[in-house]
Design a protein around this ligand. Sequence first.
Ligand code: DCS
Length: 286
Amino acid sequence: MGFALLNGEIIERSEAKVDVEDRGYQFGDGVYEVIRVYNGKLFTAAEHLKRFSKSAESIGISLQFSSKQLLEMVEELLKKNNLETGNIYMQVTRGIAPRNHVFPASNVTPTLVAYTIKSSRPIDNLKSGVKAILTEDIRWLRCDIKSLNLLGNLLAKQKASEKGCFEAIQHRGQDVTEGSSSNIFIVKDGTVITHESNNLILKGITKDVILDLCRKNNIPVIERTFSLTELDDADEVFLSSTTAEVMPVIEINGKIMKAGVPGKVTRKLQDLFQKEIEKQCGVLVS
Ligand code: DCS
């Protein structure tokens, strides 16, 4: 099972227990991050830790540790667990207090937890692409906060899974927002289009890396809302996340997209993304 980080201390993971009155357990009153590890090295760690602090701040949780301290602790954790390829999951809740919707007194310490998960890259899916369904986005209006409250996302993902699909692409009316755990991109006439980062979606770290790669490599890119019709008419569709990287989508709601195979721009972005990983974490063997 290895080790976990609990409030700044590295302990046996089996010893890391949650109190029944932890507000994360009772209310989902907290925020989280998932950071990818390749070759024993963290990918885009600074960006994830910055978003973690921002999410916490936006719901009034003050982290007991600076981003620098968090980075040191997380690096120590992955060394102790000998993690080569996988994820670091971290979350902070508002702490332990008698159940009450009102926030507890400020002397209640937030509960910070992190642990590691071994997980290889989704090579087969990256090569062949995945299927998705469409579903109405029923979530709240602060999807920019990486909140522990994920019921809307879970219901969407479960629906996709029951249809044998990898992801549920959510939409508010005619507007496509994002996947249940990913950002969605379309490519039309060579231009990459993805929802602008506002309160309706999570500002994905992978999304930002992709936008940057597009700009540096003269691939036209626009951040704007696009419709279900545009999704249906797209030349290529792909999704992005920390664990799914740049993932081609080849079928939506049972309808095979254009070629039924990953598109040219998607392939190019997959190559560029892999180079970016290798720049930060060293050569990938698989
Ligand atoms: N949108 C939602 C709703 C997400 O949950 C995620 C990632 C993303 C977009 C993509 O963001 P990143 O590029 O920063 O990963 N969800 C994480 C999760 O819950 N598991 O893995 C990634």
